[in-house]
Design a protein around this ligand. Structure first.
Ligand SMILES: [Zn+2]
Length: 304
């Protein structure tokens, strides 16, 4: 297994730099058998700290976050998309935020361009779930589909939840816009959708796994070539700090907190035991790495 970190620079993209001296786009690459995995940045989210730690023990949560250099009232989680090219298929895991969610996100199209991939070269878009930062990038500024040649794959439970007209009323006011936004975008790509189920090899070398809790039909994807593998975990492990330091704590971003804890605990145990590589959508440094046990908890080790 070979991993290289490279900086992809493209003309005119300096405005997207995340800080002094930072590259416009950092991509982490991994060779998996005869296939190539690349993580691409869609930018970052800007969230109030309360969103994450609302009901948690404040002092402990503050200390755990401080250990990762997070001391302010704002969180800026990165968004890492996974591109997988096996010579036949060009597979994108999630579609990013698109132009309508947050100014700091929705940079995927530039990142794809910098990596030399045109949207119409993407053959499959596989969704971990239908939150805005994962789904809304399927449509452009004119509400036209972006990945015009791609089959879009999503779990039936996730589709059913977000296309149910009752969801907007049951999801709570804080997430009502998520429900409206998901329903509209899923309707727009309905004729491109293929439903997938947990335990199914959805494409050669790509196995879907049910990982519910963050959303009702959240899925992770195991990519395997021979003895080499990597798990694209989406938001089942939603950050590189509290989710690892205290996987038993409810995450403010999980829709079903208890189910989210059960899924996260199981997944972390599996990844650490198998020493399996993973990509986390909101994990640091491109999101590609491994988790290691650290006492009762875990820590993320970027790259491999
Ligand atoms: Zn997310």
């Amino acid at each position: 297994m070979r991993i290289t970190r490279r900086e992809i620079m493209a003309g005119g993209l300096a405005a997207f730099a995340t800080g002094p001296g930072m590259p416009a786009f950092a991509a982490t690459e991994m060779v998996l058998g005869t296939a190539q995995l690349t993580t691409l940045s869609d930018g970052n989210l800007v969230l109030p700290r309360e969103f994450l730690i609302g009901d948690l023990p404040q002092a402990q949560a503050t200390e755990a976050l401080a250990q990762h250099g997070i001391t302010g009232d704002t969180l800026t989680p990165p968004c890492n998309l996974t591109l997988y090219r096996d010579g036949t298929n060009t597979v994108l895991f999630d579609a990013g935020s698109g132009p309508a969610f947050m100014p700091s996100a929705g940079k995927l199209w530039e990142a794809l361009d910098a990596a030399g991939v045109a949207p119409d070269e993407v053959t499959h878009v596989l969704f971990t779930h239908a939150h805005p930062d994962h789904l809304w990038g399927v449509l452009d500024d004119f509400d036209d589909p972006v990945f015009t040649e791609a089959t879009h794959m999503i779990g039936q439970a996730e589709w059913d939840y977000w296309t149910d007209p009752a969801t907007v009323d049951s999801i709570g006011t804080a997430r009502a816009s998520f429900a409206v936004g998901a329903a509209r975008r899923l309707a727009a790509i309905e004729d491109r959708i293929e439903f997938i189920t947990g335990g199914q090899e959805v494409l050669p070398g790509i196995m879907a796994h049910d990982t519910p809790g963050h959303t009702p039909g959240h899925m992770a994807f195991e990519l395997r070539q021979g003895s080499e593998s990597v798990m694209v975990v989406g938001d089942a492990i939603v950050n590189g700090h509290l989710a690892l330091a205290r996987p038993d704590w409810a995450s403010g971003s999980d829709q079903d907190a208890d189910l989210g804890i059960a899924t996260r605990t199981r997944l972390l145990d599996q990844l650490a035991t198998d020493k399996m590589a993973m990509v986390g959508f909101h994990l640091p440094e491109g999101g590609l790495g491994r988790v290691e046990r650290s006492g009762d908890a875990y820590r993320f080790v970027a790259e491999v």
